[in-house]
Design a protein around this ligand. Structure first.
Ligand SMILES: Cc1cc2nc3c(=O)[nH]c(=O)nc-3n(C[C@H](O)[C@H](O)[C@H](O)COP(=O)(O)OP(=O)(O)OC[C@H]3O[C@@H](n4cnc5c(N)ncnc54)[C@H](O)[C@@H]3O)c2cc1C
Ligand SMILES: *[C@@H]1O[C@H](CO)[C@@H](O)[C@H](O)[C@H]1NC(C)=O
Ligand SMILES: *[C@@H]1O[C@H](CO)[C@@H](O)[C@H](O)[C@H]1NC(C)=O
Ligand SMILES: *[C@@H]1O[C@H](CO)[C@@H](O)[C@H](O)[C@H]1NC(C)=O
Ligand SMILES: *[C@@H]1O[C@H](CO)[C@@H](O)[C@H](O)[C@H]1NC(C)=O
Ligand SMILES: *[C@@H]1O[C@H](CO)[C@@H](O)[C@H](O)[C@H]1NC(C)=O
Ligand SMILES: *[C@@H]1O[C@H](CO)[C@@H](O)[C@H](O)[C@H]1NC(C)=O
Ligand SMILES: *[C@@H]1O[C@H](CO)[C@@H](O)[C@H](O)[C@H]1NC(C)=O
Ligand SMILES: *[C@@H]1O[C@H](CO)[C@@H](O)[C@H](O)[C@H]1NC(C)=O
Ligand SMILES: *[C@@H]1O[C@H](CO)[C@@H](O)[C@H](O)[C@H]1NC(C)=O
Ligand SMILES: *[C@@H]1O[C@H](CO)[C@@H](O)[C@H](O)[C@H]1NC(C)=O
Ligand SMILES: *[C@@H]1O[C@H](CO)[C@@H](O)[C@H](O)[C@H]1NC(C)=O
Ligand SMILES: *[C@@H]1O[C@H](CO)[C@@H](O)[C@H](O)[C@H]1NC(C)=O
Length: 662
């Protein structure tokens, strides 16, 4: 009996090792001419693995002549499922083919550095059955109080922001999701991945991809976990956690593959966050097109999804400035994608969405000159003599200026919310308006007509206008450290220029936004255009959503609730977003779209909304580079071939369920 089990295990290890090694050799050569980070030079080499195996202190690695298999003859990529029928579902812990504990131990040895982490949900420390003797109510209290602190969640291998879609299977007890019918707070791994590879080398990423592919595991990539669509989690997953890859390099005079760009550039590793990149940019006296969000990853979901920035009205999107990409593809190869090499991947990875074409290890992005930057911040609440009527007059006066201000290169990110403290009132904060390459004096002159109107209306606000001689410091002061909320849903739409220039269409757009606020939603609104006229961002040949190029207002509606609210109420609220409110915006913007990274989790016809006419080409590239479906993420290119088996509140696909082929 025991012998049979060993034999089975050994033969599985044997198979796996053959397959894992199958594609390493060509890979190493392909990128040898690139300027790699140290961690990128550490690629999967059979000799390293064989040494690790021979030193392994577990019997299944030793009792067999496995090492004889590490021969160069076996270097042809030949995945067993390329020819065999595809399994219907990914493999889950309760399945017979789920890897044994021994196999996981062996993976950890092959990965080196104890890089494999078995998932312990972050909030499990609040549950004695998980925490054991080290349980401490005080620690749980601290965790509960800081549950909205994104920094702490980012540092955890599996915590994510959009925990609702994970199933909220392990929350601090104070935030137990009663609205999901959970009566007694408890803690399960649920929709979190089962294991994480805390990667510090490309070899580990290659190995993780090969393991996931050959064992038919759901592969998850978590960078920061910011994704609103919970694309960085998944039940039964093997999670590649890129957060600790922090390298960077500055090139004062980088030459792109085609030679059509020569100038300053940064190479950034997968784990770099916007606040780090902006600090380095300042150090080298340049500017990077990074997002507003400080702790968002730079080259993960942000840039691969397009990436808008306070600089978008002058420079377009972050994805428009990528010069070269290093990545691990679904076959485990480590490759370069640029305008000359694997140019289809290069095209798709610039705006076509993350988590579906490969695991990017670094990108080279253009850097721009240092510019002085002016910002404006203020807030107002309705109440007293500042009536809602005056409030909406203030808003309308601003929207009337959208075209002029965006055409000056300005950007704004502002919110209109149901007042958090005063029932029935509204709260509006200009998180920041950003005027790049503009002095405070120039800014005040440009804003004078609007400020004058606001004075006439009697807007009780106290504007803070700051000028910095560099963008990095302006951005640092202008945007908050982001907070992660966990009982929230959103939906969004681009309002193109034509909807805001024509007075009648502008009135309709405005009323459509106002109407949804009046029915209880909150807004995050952006005024920006996509690049300078004449910069021809629409001609940049990448996978960015064509609808981005016409934007003048990007509108996000969101709803929040209390975890103790009733299931009926929350379900209705959530359904309203998708089925009542966003359709009104869509009706005004036919053929338009929205931004995949800040959209409805169940966006209808997401292919069209996120990609427009670029979808067919993206799908073709997906099928070419990932024919077995190794990479899956919610609403990512190719994900329509898959379905999650269960839903949350009857309408939201649950990451805490099996992922199967349709
Ligand atoms: C507070 C906040 C502020 C934001 N501000 C902005 C903003 O100013 N501009 C803007 O455009 N967007 C903004 N976003 C949206 C943001 O771009 C997305 O949430 C994005 O998906 C985050 O990417 P990440 O890599 O940090 O997060 P993750 O959630 O870890 O990853 C997101 C997706 O990318 C995949 N992924 C991550 N790393 C890699 C990799 N190396 N290779 C391949 N796939 C990878 C993951 O699998 C997942 O599918 C903001 C979001 C939040 C929550
Ligand atoms: C984060 O949560 C703490 C504790 O609940 C609260 O005091 C704080 O106001 C929250 N922060 C924000 C910005 O909501
Ligand atoms: C969030 O946590 C980080 C890391 O512990 C800490 O430095 C920061 O001050 C916290 N932020 C807030 C708003 O409490
Ligand atoms: C534990 O919570 C899950 C949801 O995470 C729920 O389905 C289950 O009924 C709960 N079990 C108990 C014993 O409370
Ligand atoms: C992940 O690996 C890094 C080294 O790359 C290490 O510093 C860090 O402590 C590890 N994190 C966890 C949670 O194991
Ligand atoms: C930084 O760049 C700006 C704009 O290119 C230039 O005017 C300035 O002299 C530079 N400063 C330093 C210290 O290099
Ligand atoms: C509104 O009320 C404030 C005091 O709350 C007062 O200072 C202000 O003058 C009033 N404005 C108008 C237009 O009545
Ligand atoms: C709501 O009240 C809290 C607690 O007093 C405060 O911190 C917060 O700033 C208030 N929010 C607004 C928008 O006034
Ligand atoms: C900044 O504005 C000046 C004119 O005021 C212009 O010459 C320069 O090109 C602008 N710089 C950038 C980076 O847009
Ligand atoms: C609103 O602005 C005032 C200054 O007008 C500032 O004191 C206050 O902190 C701001 N409120 C919030 C919640 O940011
Ligand atoms: C960036 O701008 C700030 C604010 O104007 C200034 O204090 C700082 O010295 C500047 N730093 C650099 C490197 O230009
Ligand atoms: C959530 O509901 C609980 C119980 O009804 C209540 O005590 C708490 O104040 C509510 N919290 C918020 C933020 O509304
Ligand atoms: C949902 O929308 C309908 C129609 O607009 C409205 O009557 C209802 O109050 C809304 N419900 C919630 C919970 O927002």
């Amino acid at each position: 009996m025991m012998t049979e089990m060993w034999k089975d295990l050994v033969s599985r290890v044997f198979m796996l090792v053959v397959l894992l090694l199958s594609s390493f050799f060509t890979a190493a050569i392909a990128s040898s001419s690139q300027d790699l980070f140290n961690f990128e030079t550490q690629q999967l080499i059979h000799a390293d693995l064989s040494t690790r195996l021979s030193e392994a202190a577990i019997p299944e690695a030793k009792n067999h002549d496995l090492l004889s298999l590490f021969s160069p003859e076996n270097n042809q990529p030949k995945s067993r499922r390329q020819t065999a029928p595809q399994p219907a579902c990914k493999t889950y812990p309760s399945d017979p083919s789920w890897p044994t504990e021994s196999l996981w131990r062996l993976f950890n040895i092959l990965l080196d550095n104890n890089a494999l982490i078995k998932t312990v949900p972050e909030a499990s420390l609040c549950y004695p059955e998980w925490a054991g003797p080290s349980f401490s109510a005080a620690q749980c209290q601290t965790l509960t109080a800081s549950w909205n602190n994104s920094t702490l969640r980012i540092e955890n291998p599996t915590s994510i922001r959009s925990i609702l879609f994970q199933g909220m299977s392990c929350m601090p007890p104070a935030y137990n999701a009663a609205f999901l019918g959970y009566t007694v707070p408890n803690c399960t791994v649920g929709g979190f991945p089962e294991y994480t590879v805390n990667v510090s080398t490309v070899a580990q990423i290659q190995l993780a991809v090969n393991i996931a592919r050959e064992l038919n595991l759901r592969l998850v990539i978590k960078n920061t976990g910011h994704d609103f669509g919970a694309k960085s989690t998944g039940k039964g997953g093997l999670n590649v956690w890129t957060h600790n890859l922090k390298d960077y390099r500055f090139y004062p005079n980088y030459k792109s593959a085609t030679g059509d760009y020569r100038g300053p550039a940064f190479k950034l590793a997968a784990g770099v966050q916007v606040f780090e990149a902006n600090a380095w940019a300042k150090e080298y006296n340049v500017t990077l097109v990074g997002g507003e969000g400080k702790s968002v990853g730079f080259i993960g979901g942000y840039i691969q999804g397009g990436g808008h920035s306070p600089l978008t009205s002058i420079y377009g999107l972050a994805a428009d400035h990528v010069l070269s990409i290093q990545l691990v593809t679904a076959d485990g190869q480590f490759v370069t994608a640029d305008a000359k090499t694997k140019s289809d991947l290069f095209w798709a990875l610039r705006g076509g969405g993350a988590g579906t074409f490969g695991i990017v290890t670094s990108m080279v992005v253009k850097a721009f000159p240092q510019i002085k930057t002016t910002t404006l911040t203020y807030n107002v609440s309705t109440g007293g003599n500042f009536t809602k009527e005056k409030f909406w007059a203030m808003q309308r006066a601003y929207v009337d200026e959208f075209e002029r201000l965006a055409d000056l290169g300005y950007y704004s990110y502002y919110r209109i919310r149901q007042h958090p403290n005063v029932s029935g009132e509204l709260y509006h904060d200009m998180t920041s308006m950003v005027a790049p390459n503009t002095s405070a004096a120039e800014f005040k002159a440009a804003m004078a007509p609007l400020f004058h109107k606001w004075a006439e209306i009697g807007v009780p606000y106290d504007p803070v206008i700051r000028e910095s001689d560099n963008y990095s410091d302006a951005w640092l002061a202008a945007f908050p450290h982001e907070v992660w909320s966990w009982a929230m849903r959103q939906a969004s739409r681009f309002f193109p220029r034509e909807n805001l220039v024509d007075p009648e269409k502008r009135r309709q757009a405005f009323d459509a936004v106002k109407g949804v606020v009046e029915e209880g939603a909150n807004m995050v609104l952006f005024n920006m255009r996509n690049g300078r006229p004449g910069a021809n961002t629409e001609l940049i040949d990448n996978a960015v959503n064509p609808a981005w190029r016409k934007v003048l207002m990007f509108a996000i509606m969101f709803v929040t609730w209390n975890v103790t609210d009733s299931p009926e109420y929350v379900t209705q609220l959530s359904r309203n977003l998708t089925y009542e409110w966003n359709p009104r915006w869509k009706a005004l913007t036919p053929g338009g779209g929205t931004y995949m990274s800040e959209s409805d989790y169940i966006e209808p016809n997401w292919q069209e909304s996120f990609h427009g006419d670029k979808y067919p080409r993206l799908l073709e590239i997906k099928k070419k580079w990932d024919p077995l479906g190794v990479f899956y993420a919610t609403n990512a290119v190719g994900s329509e071939e898959w379905v999650l088996g269960e839903t949350i509140m009857g309408h939201l696909p649950s990451q805490n369920s099996r992922l199967c082929r349709k």
